[in-house]
Every structure is written in structure tokens, then in C-alpha cells.
Design a protein around this ligand. Sequence first.
Ligand code: ADP
Length: 326
Amino acid sequence: MIEIKNLVKNYGDKQAVRGITFDVKEGEIMGFLGPNGAGKSTTLNILTGYLSATSGTAVVDGIDIFDNPIEAKKRIGFLPELPPLYLDMTVKEYLNFVYSLKKCKFPKAQHLKEICDVVKIGDVYDRMIKNLSKGYRQRVGIAQALIGNPKVLVFDEPTIGLDPKQIIEIRNLIRTLGKEHTIILSTHILPEVQQICDRIVVINKGKIVANEKTEDLILAVEGSRKLMAKIVGPEAEVLKALKSVAGIKFCEALGKRDMDSISYMIESEENVDIRKPLFATLSRNGWPLIGLEGMELNLEDIFIRLVDKQTEKKKSDSKLLGKVVK
Ligand code: ADP
């Protein structure tokens, strides 16, 4: 559905996107993940026809965005990081305006009603956009992207600045839309892509550093897992005992006391499940384990591990080729 090949974008002598290639299959929800400044918005702005590329190609539903931008754009609904809303219009006026702008051919009243039902903005249809909450404004932004029923939806940081309840609502909405559309969701929030996306493409400094199914990527970087354990017992002795458990690579007290328990961060060796030996050690010593939970990996952890893995791979590839690695 979307094919990007060797895409390059230079801003003057600054290389923002350095030859990236990836595709998104029909019906897939693809997470586009990377830290701020990685090149996500630049890529999406090129894909949606808002920005020219220095070189490379971008094809949407078989149509080249540079050769035939009007036809390609008809197939894409875009929610930029700052939705292009007119604050002095009512929701109704704004959606009617976008409908004409897109030269949409669907029966107007019915089409707009269907969209308002999906994104749940029927109750604010006659309100001025400037008087809406950020969550509602974001829904109106999604509504404008849906006008014309494009096959592809592109969302750039759709939950930024929303409160936790609004974030859950917008994520659910994106999941619902994913049943009927191919979606690219750009974000720097790892749990967001973990919850919503089938596949994750990671970009860093203008280059793709990973392109994998969500569960494979999480598995790959979670090879060594971090757990948080709440244990009742004398801190120094507990730490000593934990460090002697086979399979535990690293542990430290987190300095968090809750009643009489202390929290510890425990990192296991790659692909080792240390829960059973951990429990056996604690029970032998009579120290109750009153809580054990996985610690969420953050984006920094992912990058460190991806870069480590790439460096390891380069080293082993070079060894195979008989080269000396410095
Ligand atoms: P992201 O969306 O991942 O945060 P961007 O695509 O916005 O990243 O930016 C990629 C890089 O290009 C950054 O280093 C940014 O500073 C730079 N950049 C973005 N837009 C411009 C511009 N109009 N002129 C010059 N540099 C830009």
C-alpha cells in the first residue's frame, strides 16, 4: 500500500533523512518510532505531499506521490502534529469546508454524519472549535483526515498533549480505524506502538535502525528483562543473596520503601527466566516476596540495545569476512 525507497531529504547542508526504505502492507498499522529530531515528521510530510524530497521515491496505492500528487493525496488522510483547525469555525462549518476543499464526491450529509459517529463528535457539531477540549479538537482533526474515506491514514504524534483519559480514547479510536484502513502512526512513545501497531519501523538520525513485527522487536530488545521485586528482609543481605542467584546479571535497591518491604530492580541474563530461582532463594531465607512486576522498557533502552545488536552484528559479519574490526 505504501512503498518508500531510498528517500533522502536535505535542509541546506543538514541531512534530515538519509536514504530510508520501508513499506506498509494493506490493512497494517505501522508504528513509526524514533526520538525527537529523528526525521519522522520530515518523512511523513514528504509521504503526504507537503514537502518535496531531495531524492528517492514514495508510492501510495501504486501511485507515485511526486509524479501524480493529486491522485496520491486523495488516498491519504493526514493528521499532522498540529492539526490544521480553524478555531473560529464550528465543527460543522470546518468539516463542510474540508469536504469542499477535498472535492469529495460522497453524499455530504451522510458522509459527515458517519464520520462524526465514528470519531464521536456528534455532540459538539455546532460548537466553535476554539471552545473544545484538546481531546475533542484531536477528534475533529481525525474527522478531517477521514473525509473522502482515504485508504491510508497517517497520524503524527496523535496523543501528544492529551490527558490520560483522552490518550486511551484516541488510541482506541485508532485501533478501530485500523480495521478499515492502512495506518502509519508516528510517535516517540513506546507503549503506544506496543499497544496499537502490528509492525514497528524505528528511525534514528535519519536512518532506519529496525523494521520488525511488534512482538519480534519487543522480544529482541527484551532478551534480558528487567523486573521490579518488592521484598521484606534486611537490604544488604537480600542484595547479597540476589547477586548469588544464577541468571541475575545485575540488581540494585531502588531506595523505595513501602511499609516493611524494599523495592529492587533485577536484570536477568538474556533469555533466562529468573522468577523460579528468585522465589526459591527468597523462600529459603524466609524473606517474603510481596510484589514482582516487569519494568517497562523505554525508548532509550530500545535504542541502546538496537545499536548494541547492530554493532555486534557488524563485528561478526566482519569476522566472517576475515576483516579486522577496530
Ligand atoms: P522528528 O519528527 O522525528 O522529531 P523532524 O523530521 O522534525 O524529526 O526533523 C529531523 C531533523 O531535521 C531535525 O534535526 C530537525 O532539526 C531538522 N529539520 C526539520 N525541519 C527543518 C527545516 N525546515 N529546516 C532545517 N532543518 C529542519
